[in-house]
Design a protein around this ligand. Sequence first.
Ligand SMILES: Cc1cc2nc3c(=O)[nH]c(=O)nc-3n(C[C@H](O)[C@H](O)[C@H](O)COP(=O)(O)OP(=O)(O)OC[C@H]3O[C@@H](n4cnc5c(N)ncnc54)[C@H](O)[C@@H]3O)c2cc1C
Length: 382
Amino acid sequence: MPYFNETQFAMRDAIRRMVDKEIRPIAAEVDTSDHIPERIFHLFGDMGLMQLWVPEEYGGPGGDLTSVCMAREEISRVSEACALIAGMNSIGMILPLLHFGTEEQKKRWLPLVAKGRTWTAVAMTEPESGSDVASMKTHAKKDGDSWILNGQKCFITWGNMAHYILVFARTSGDKGFQGISCFLLDTKTPGFRVGRNERKMGLNGVPNVQIFFDNVRIPAENLVGEEGRGFIACMRILDMNRPTVGAAAVGVAQGALDASLDYAKSRKQFGRAIAQFQGLQWMLADMAMQLEAARALVYECARLVDAGDFTRLSEMSSMAKCFASDVAMKVTTDAVQVFGGAGYMKDYPVERMMRDAKINQIFEGTNQIQRIVISRHLLGMH
Ligand SMILES: Cc1cc2nc3c(=O)[nH]c(=O)nc-3n(C[C@H](O)[C@H](O)[C@H](O)COP(=O)(O)OP(=O)(O)OC[C@H]3O[C@@H](n4cnc5c(N)ncnc54)[C@H](O)[C@@H]3O)c2cc1C
């Protein structure tokens, strides 16, 4: 059975044309300059790519997880950094509002995101709280009709560009899952400050910044979901979004395989194309096999979510993210090997792809954490 329906195939073709025209010519420069031109964000907004998941009743394209995965895979074949723009609003706003927001909150914010000019971020990680999300120290205290937010977050993707940030903060207790709430913060609010933009191994062009909250006043109506139940909300949102990380990993691996096939056919040693050597043929076959297995897992997970079958969502989405990102790391590393010395140089895209692929094993929960989730399900310990 194909992964996509007719509408999704048509959308994939449109994205492919856009990527060839707009992204391919600048992909290397985005990496070296560590900057994505603003027109790319507007282009993505106009094509509905940042807001795919917004239902039609709120003015959005009415896409689903399969569409978001497809968009991220397609763009990631050429630039994983640019692919991150597609779906940037999924965990920052759309999923939390759809699953935990009130009707009033949905009506207020979803039509705004649907226009494609509103950018969001999500802020969980702190300098001393990464995998152990429940140990976060950022806190919010009730004050009349508002909350007063204090603390700091780090590594926040799009944190310096976002109009709204979904901030997770402790509203009661001092540790554990209970007592964490989430808020939609308007970044124009006094007391919000952006710090250092990190220099990274890959994913250049995408900002990752420190953010600080100094007595930031958030109106009570910006609390998303139940007070003190933000951690549970956060886990659910991540479960739904993780397959999109797997899809980006599949995309970058496919890009690396495509480049390897072209190079193996054109590069000659010992009087013939290196593609003639069985050592390389088997390597290419392994790359393709792993890639197809990863793709099947990602889209099976997306299919289940889109069909409303959440029974195995947590373990399946961890498997999709973990497996696909491990495959992407292996395939992009092998691609560099296929290119030999040229693969280590910046003249070809495979060295960038290998650096970019690494992030998928780390963010949205490291692959060690995904393996913990999967094994807990296997052992009935969740
Ligand atoms: C480019 C980038 C973008 C990011 N974007 C965002 C963002 O937008 N918003 C946000 O909130 N965060 C973001 N993050 C943070 C990211 O989610 C965390 O880096 C990640 O969850 C890991 O946390 P940590 O870095 O603190 O590592 P740690 O938790 O300190 O882990 C260090 C190592 O220990 C391992 N480890 C930890 N606990 C266990 C355990 N119980 N069992 C076995 N191994 C364990 C980890 O797997 C890892 O290998 C981003 C990170 C990066 C690098």
